[in-house]
Write a protein that binds this ligand. Structure first.
Ligand code: ZN
Length: 276
């Protein structure tokens, strides 16, 4: 991606459940940012994590290496009870996916990032950029002097931002989209989907399209509310009707996430609704 950064893309591509970690090499140390299924990591000294999600921490626990994550995602990284609480899913299919397919295990050694202290790799600095919303501690990393901004799961996808966890926040997600636009970067990379670009105009148009999905979800809700009965809205009745997932395309646990996303839109729109 840049002089000191290599992106490790699996043969199967980087759509969930897969993704593409980064290797950042300085004169004195090498770190890997995130981990992924189907990626063999070269020798390195430790991990920086963008957030606690199962697809980003594959093999981190068993590596025995140090790992750092934002303090707000630390409990969800180091314990199953924390992981469940911040995720919020109750579906057995979700549990099987995380514990079975991903082989999730707690990264008990993980410690909190020091946000005031860039990570010094010898001639290369990695600066944590908090981008909360997707998860409370979601964090991007700016690698200097390369000007390479790793966006984690601010993935610039046409699906739009995901804020369906119990710990997610739509308001924080929107603020984080403002933050990434203002970082003085020259190369941008995501874990999933878009991959990387060194063109600011390509980055800006992807970001604008990604962000526009938030408005389209509100618009879809307005349309459904217009068609629905008068009185307080039951958000559960709006799930599965195309607001987040095209009908029939949601994963088995998707309804839980879609409900939480719809509730946040209704709250933002000032629509009174029954809380479930
Ligand atoms: Zn994620």
């Amino acid at each position: 991606l840049s002089r000191h950064v290599l992106q490790l893309v699996p043969d199967v591509g980087r759509a969930y459940p897969h993704g593409a970690p980064l290797l950042v090499s300085g004169r004195t140390a090498r770190v890997v940012i995130d981990s992924a299924l189907g990626v063999t990591l070269p020798p390195h000294d430790g991990f920086l994590l963008s957030h606690f999600h199962e697809d980003h921490v594959v093999g981190v626990a068993s590596s025995g290496l140090p790992a750092r994550v934002h303090a707000a995602d630390l409990a969800a990284t180091t314990s199953w009870s924390g992981f469940q609480a911040s995720s919020g899913y109750t579906s057995p299919a979700w549990r099987d996916l995380v514990l079975g397919d991903f082989g999730w295990t707690p990264v008990e050694r993980a410690t909190a990032l020091d946000l005031d202290e860039p990570i010094d790799l010898g001639g290369v600095r990695v600066v944590p950029i908090p981008l909360p919303g997707h998860t409370p501690g979601h964090t991007g990393y700016l690698v200097e002097p390369d000007g390479m901004l790793y966006l984690g799961d601010v993935d610039l996808s046409s699906f739009g931002p995901y804020y369906g966890d119990a710990g997610s926040s739509l308001a924080d997600t929107e603020r984080s989209l403002d933050v990434v636009a203002d970082v003085p970067a020259r190369v941008w990379a995501t874990f999933h989907h878009k991959g990387s670009t060194s063109s600011r105009s390509t980055f800006e148009s992807s970001l604008a399209a990604h962000r526009a999905v938030v408005g389209r979800r509100s618009e879809a809700l307005r349309q459904l509310l217009h068609e629905g009965p008068a009185g307080p809205v039951d958000a559960r009745a709006l799930v599965g009707r195309g607001v987040v997932y095209r009908p029939g395309t949601a994963p088995p646990w998707g309804a839980e996430g879609e409900l939480r996303m719809i509730q946040q839109h209704l709250h933002q729109m000032g629509v009174p609704h029954v809380r479930s």
